[in-house]
Design a protein around this ligand. Structure first.
Ligand code: ADP
Ligand code: MG
Length: 264
């Protein structure tokens, strides 16, 4: 279950990205702690389940050993709302009024840039990250929108509101017919992985496979229950995601073969 914290003070609007997240201080065990809060439109929470997607992706990333800033749900109490400047109050008008998705601020982090010399990329588990993004069908890891934060030797993934895009019963049927729906060419690491030698590519995704096989997908259930309780997800949406993930797990060897094949 995610912790729920109350916002106590507004700091700034963050640049980059389209949702203009807020940097706020929250009360974490009676201490102020900086968190980045995503302010989604209500429609995006209700119809497109942005918050639920962020949560499930974050739980799964952790299982794959992919670093992600610790997530939390944030409440905006009345005294916080009334302390906001007019423009910020206005901004909240069409936004979700329930709990908000948030991640702990990764201080002194740097947005990832693809110009970074390839030699540095070896230091990160780019292979697992690519397979993970395929699994969760995350289209938001592109040159233009890497959604990766670097700090020293760590690489953090953020921003999974568009994950599990168009995951439904059809996705599974298509997979069974060997069709993998993912815009792989747009992935920030696709070319880097594709350009590796053939013999190396044959060994790709072993660790990913091992972890995928070991995950008990029921770990997502308590998060789903919590989201339901706060009207941040619905049962059909979760059912489809979980069925899909379990199917990928049952067919993990095939998934890895497809991903390897696509890298040529
Ligand atoms: N936990 C975090 N720590 C540090 N910076 C963050 C964090 N979360 C988001 N940011 C910064 O805010 C920007 C926008 O956040 P993101 O989640 O990508 O939102 P959007 O959906 O608007 O793209 C990021 O590109 C990054 O610079
Ligand atoms: Mg982003």
């Amino acid at each position: 279950m995610l912790p729920i914290y109350k916002a106590v003070s507004f700091h700034s609007v963050l640049k980059g990205g389209s949702t203009r997240p807020w940097l706020v201080l929250v009360d974490k065990n009676s201490r102020p702690k900086p968190y980045v809060v995503k302010l989604y439109k209500s429609e995006n929470v209700d119809r497109f389940h942005f918050i639920a997607k962020e949560v499930y992706a974050s739980v799964l990333a952790d299982k794959f050993g992919i670093k992600t800033p610790p997530p939390a749900l944030i409440e905006f109490p009345e005294h916080f709302r009334s302390s906001l400047a007019f423009a910020n109050k206005q901004f909240l008008h069409d936004r979700n009024t329930r709990l908000n998705f948030s991640t702990e601020l990764i201080e002194a982090s740097f947005p990832f840039q693809m110009e970074l010399h390839r030699d540095y990329l070896w230091k990160y588990d780019v292979e697992t990250l690519y397979a993970f993004d395929n699994l969760i069908k995350n289209g938001d890891r592109t040159d233009r929108k890497p959604n990766l934060l670097m700090r020293a030797q760590d690489l953090f993934v953020i921003d999974h509101e568009s994950a599990f895009s168009s995951v439904n019963d059809q996705t599974v049927e298509m997979f069974d017919q060997n069709q993998w729906v993912y815009h792989k060419g747009a992935h920030i690491f696709f070319r880097f992985l594709r350009d590796r030698g053939v013999s190396v590519k044959r060994t790709f995704f072993k660790e990913f496979l091992q972890v995928l096989n070991s995950i008990n997908m029921d770990i997502l259930d308590p998060y789903h229950e919590q989201l339901l309780e706060h009207q941040l997800d619905d049962e059909l949406h979760y059912h489809q995601i979980k069925e899909y993930l379990c199917h990928m797990q049952r067919n993990s060897e095939k998934l890895v073969q497809i991903l390897r094949g696509e890298l040529g």
